[in-house]
Design a binder for this molecule. Sequence first.
Ligand code: ADP
Ligand code: ZN
Length: 722
Amino acid sequence: MIVGVLVELSNKNIDKVFDYRVPKELEEKIKIGIRVKVPFGHMELVGFILEIKNEEEDRELKEILSVLDEEVILNKELLALGKWMQKETLCTLISAYQAMLPKGYKASRKNHVNKKFNTYIQLHVVDPNIKLNASQQKIIEFVQNKKEVLKSELNKISKSSVDTLLKKRVLSSYEKEVYRIEDKEEDGSKKYELTNDQKKVVSSVLQEEGFSTYLLHGVTGSGKTEVYMELIAHYLKQGKQAIVLVPEISLTPQMVNRFKRRFGSHIAVLHSALSDGEKYDEYRKIVRGEVSIAIGARSAIFAPFLNLGIIIIDEEHTSSYKQENNPKYHAIDVANKRGEYHNCKVVLGSATPRLEDYARAKKNVYHLLELPKRINNKALPKVEIVDMNEAIRKSKKGFSLELIDAISSTLAKGEQVLLLLNRRGYSSFISCASCGYVEKCPNCDISLTYHKTSNTLRCHYCGYGTKVNKVCPHCKEEAMQQLGTGTEKIEEALHEFFEDAKVIRMDFDTTSKKGAHEKIINAFKNKEYNILLGTQMIAKGLDFEDVTLVGVINADTSLNIPDFRSSEMTFQLLDQVAGRSGRASKKGRVIIQTFNKDHYAIMYAKEHDYIGFFKTEMMIRRQLSYPPYYYITYVKIISKDYTLASQEATKIGNILKQQLKSSIVLGPSVCNVFRVNNTYRFGIIIKYKKEEQLYKTLEDLLEHYKSNAKVKIDIDFNPNSL
Ligand code: ADP
Ligand code: ZN
């Protein structure tokens, strides 16, 4: 027997199936999709069996060394899915498979993850001749009365007695595999009578058979999660399974418990904060068919269910649903592919859908479903805009008097405050401290990025450059300066203004430890703090009933990111964070400080008007040939040698311009993050509606550079940002 094995090394040069002979004694164990250990050059590597060839050949072949699995790791669907990802993203096949699996299941000679075993005790022989002392007697009674007794539990009575009884063979022990996270039920099943709007949404999904994708556009607090659960219940009853994706940040125990209360146990939770052992165990529950719902972040989209009824992607606009590293897949694309395979439903939900997805819904590629009102017709919070151009003269340390007043009166009522410091993006742009003006590229309508070394402003799309001017071309004040306000500074100011208030900060620095994020949320929920100050982390999915004021300290930072999605990101962020105010019975208020009060992203966020925003943004995208009117592919040329990177980038740019006749090719220009780890990056943007030559040309490009040690090529289809 000969098998084709794909080994663990992700390298374009060896990303293919290598043939091995199977020793007679291993033949029985061979299946497609399991892992084997094989000799490879001077190494021993782990790989997946992708092919079995039963014919005998006389070829000189090495033999596989051992078989690592009994159960199939890559089933038929996943095998095909990996090949599709390879084709779509031009990644290596092995990287596609590895991305689907938790560490304990990846092909890897290192990183072995062990199963966890517990030791249990049972009665062996009760010999009446053996005299027992009191504690031994107690232990025996304990064991007699229970079905299953952990040794560690008995040790608490008396470890020496347990050991003696084991030695005398009155007791015996056995090992049993256990999961690191117990799949236990939560008390109190809560199930609402659905509102008419919710019922309508549910029945539109159930009405049709087979694969379709739905976009559920529902304002914050409109009852989307209840709709998801109702749909899941329907498919579980048919013996099918469900995947629920939520952003990493909202994957809290509260969120998961809401599902457990509804469905009892049988839920696996997959997210990056779990230990490798925990992930391995959760994944195994799915493989063994012990759970029928998987809730998780991006990679949970690969949960190996065999009979999916529905895939739900909540907060579908979340940028982390696209993986930034190879394979650069988007979970929504994978969901649609799996939906097709399982002939099941895919539901994307958001209050602020990705522009591409809402456009697809408008064109009936997706079915549009709407929940336009909050539950119980509760009003969305009133949003007030503070024009910082006016307010800045009287403001203190970034706080307008309006915001300070609002915080004071909220605290006086004993209610809570959420403050967003919009730090998304880079501090590397220049803006006018007096009027908030930010210089943009005349060709691309993108903020120019400040380059300190050359003291110039540059466009990262087309390469346009200009000298830095101290005088603002807009208000003529000599006030152009580099921006950037840290969370610590704001925290200090809060302590100064509101001496008695308890402030807790949530940002990248305070949440790096495992569980820290959750601790902060719980402490704030339990009212141990009055003010929660944070970055975009606090914008999503959180439900605090006593928050009646949301303040946005600087709405503009994300507007000024040099990216065609900056308005969309700003609108999403403001609308999401505003939705955190007044969720329960008390009325909510939102205050947004901005230098750009007339910017449409801010004006529409004030009115909670997604559709208004969508229309305006679509017009701009059309004028400037951005998605969803054009597709974008971003090609990066990376090298430690600046001159080489620049030369190769120019060469590649010329080739692309020549070969991609139906595309607009921009650049090369330096990347946004130009120097990383002393490697230099140049980027080329390809815009197209339909480009027959695209894949062929890019594959040839990768092929050409695959053995080049000095220059690396990186390709990103539909990038999140440029
Ligand atoms: P979303 O996911 O759209 O933000 P949720 O599903 O979390 O909305 O619902 C918002 C709040 O309304 C939650 O507290 C939820 O328990 C409650 N809720 C949802 N549906 C109903 C209903 N049909 N009747 C009463 N309360 C509901
Ligand atoms: Zn430009």
